[in-house]
Design a protein around this ligand. Sequence first.
Ligand code: B3K
Ligand code: ZN
Length: 853
Amino acid sequence: PPIIRRADYQVPDWLVPTITLDVDLDPAATRVRATLEVARNGTHARALVLDGDGLEPLAVRVDGANADWHLQDGDLVVQLSGDTHLVETEVVIAPERNTQLMGLYASSGLLCTQCEAQGFRRITFFPDRPDVLSRYHVRMAADAERFPVLLANGDPVAAGLLDDGRHWAEWNDPFPKPCYLFALVAGDLQANRDTFVTRSGREVELGIWVRAADLAKTDHALHALKTSMKWDEDVYGREYDLDVFNIVAVDDFNFGAMENKGLNIFNSRYILADPDTATDYDYDGIAAVVAHEYFHNWSGNRVTCRDWFQLSLKEGFTVFRDQGFSADQGSAAVKRIEDVRGLRAAQFPEDAGPLAHPVRPDEYIEISNFYTATIYNKGAEVIRMMATLLGPQRFRAGSDLYFQRFDGTAATVEDFVSCMEEAGDIDLAQFRRWYTQAGTPRVTAQLRHEPGSARAQLSLAQAVPPTPGQPHKEPMVLPLRLKLFGGETGRALTEEQLVTLTDPAAEVTFDGLAERPVLSINRGFSAPVIIDAARTPADLAFLSAHDDDPFARYEAMQQLMLDTLVLSVATGRADHRAVVEAVGNTLRDAALDHAFVAEAVLLPSESFIGDQLAQVDPDAIFRAREALRAELGTALEREWRAAYDATEANRFEYSPAAKGDRRLRSVALGYIAASGANDAAALAFRQFERADNMTDRQGALVTLAGGTSDERVAALDIFYNRYSDNPLVLDKWFQVQALSQRDDTADTVAELARHRDFTLANPNRARALVGAFSVNQRAFHERSGRGYRFLADQLLALDKLNPQTAAKLLPPLGRWKRFDPARAALMRAELERLLAVPGLSKDMFEQASKSLD
Ligand code: B3K
Ligand code: ZN
């Protein structure tokens, strides 16, 4: 398959100022008539090429007459003589047979679209690229009984009945948009409605559309929508621009949600919530995704991307915006901890592996493979660093300038950075390397201090590792927030300062120190780097108790835990004392909020421990981590029980404090179970049965599912029976078992793949079982290689239905370089097996072939 290169970008040959779509909907045969006003862009004699994917033209007319056209690799090529023409095409497509969930497809009885990145070409012939912006007028018709609701982008303009039991509706979107933002929905839906009055006094009709039975689960999403609309006005000065804003929830969706102009379409897992079926984590995820898609109305829709290499222009910025929103809704420190944990779990391994790519990639085979943690989350960190370097006022000025200057256009990453440079009056020339160089920089920091001296010397050095296609790296701009604390008193010895490392190495001198200093560095995770600061367990324990930045306290504890675990994996012997003492101190510190405590006392994941080692030994890591868990459980049993009892609530409430209580309660339960206490299973089962909310119920289920008690089987059965008609909760049932730490998880997962409720056709279900299993380090990397074989089998089956979702599940197989030669060979063999299959999608081909290098 061809490689698409950023350097090859050319402006479009033809523009399409307006498009009229006439869509006669039917699950088996939908007729799409498109009328495009096309305009030659510049002086050239090239034909009009309209992208098509799997389309057969039934008619092609130019200015009302039969046209001179042919198909080329699925695209429609039309010879045109003048500078403007009216081009009409007609195709028939079958949404009910669309298992890729790209283009127009059917999901649980409704019809909906997904066009980003290149799904529109599966609906009609069109220049399917983000720099062609058009005004859309859509007329749709469908059976009135099966599809009583007809929605599209923009404003509704007219509707009516037809004689044959069908009805129609027309929608008009006044804002020119690229075709990836087109959407329509037809179905038997009900809306949870409200209004929002914008700051200039316009009233916007809001609707969250779901099946009637789900209506009661939409209040949280609706509330999040209104809160986001207000937040974007207050924090970024961005006002909504249409009179209606609709969101539709669908069960079959390739990712989280889609920001189509005025008509967001969501994976139902990011809309539906009530206390009985959704965890606090789900509630938070819903608010974050609702906000994210809403924020795209400016960062993505009003200003879109010139080409798909600029994807992080909208995604990195919008993630940064949604992170800010979530931070403002509760504890900013806990939100930062969660975001950094997510970055380390998904993006750092990506950046260290065969699929590493810059935040602005230079080439791709299939763009769907580039909706990655690097584009999204590292992209957000890059924006965050600019915000740190500029400070809040100048960052806001840069953002205002960007929106004002590029409103209504398709922009580039370069445009954004230039606005920051101009408004911030700062030179970001070297900083731009964050967009071009892949790989996570490593910073070594060494603080030297002579006993009794008032001076200390900090040596900083940076290195960016080689990544595929980039053997040599230049130094980056690394904004490091740091501060010194007194090793005896715990007092702050300095103000926090921002040290921006731009050279390969630098020295910073501190004077007037009254006592031995302890270094707190990269506070708030001011740069997305790996810090190697070689601090003693005592100093880390000290910071975990005394640092005044909660994020830095968390980091100190994580580093202490990591150092301890890495040492015990390497030597087989463990000294747990410093960790036990530090965790005990945190648990006993009454001034800390429970949400923070729960994060701080969690051990690093098995895979993150693996990331610290030259070679991952999944079994040794598992043993070392379990041993530390058990010891923490036993040594601090009184504290865990106290925390458990102190966090019992009478009634469910969704507030930061109540969420913190529930989180700490389930973490404490896990440690009580790890201690081997006799009553642990009974305690968990009691929590499971008495819970009036999913957070407590699932928390108990996780603990039970990882053990061997009789209660385990009972709880899994009860859970299954209670929720067997709720697909989102059944996903949890699959996922909890796939993530279990039991010795027989690989068997259980193989069995679950044959369960009557398992299907690869639904992406959420596929991810809940296959995706979860492949990040369960010990189970997936079982020495026999059966985990690898299982994943490859599932990928092959899924590739036939839905290549995009299949390819997204492949990366765990590509981590072979990190494992011993026997495991590496088994993993490679599976990648080779995939590549040998005839008819493999280009999505899978790209991921698998790159993963072998
Ligand atoms: N922009 C969409 C993602 C589309 C993914 C296409 N493979 C959702 C989002 O990031 O908001
Ligand atoms: Zn997005």
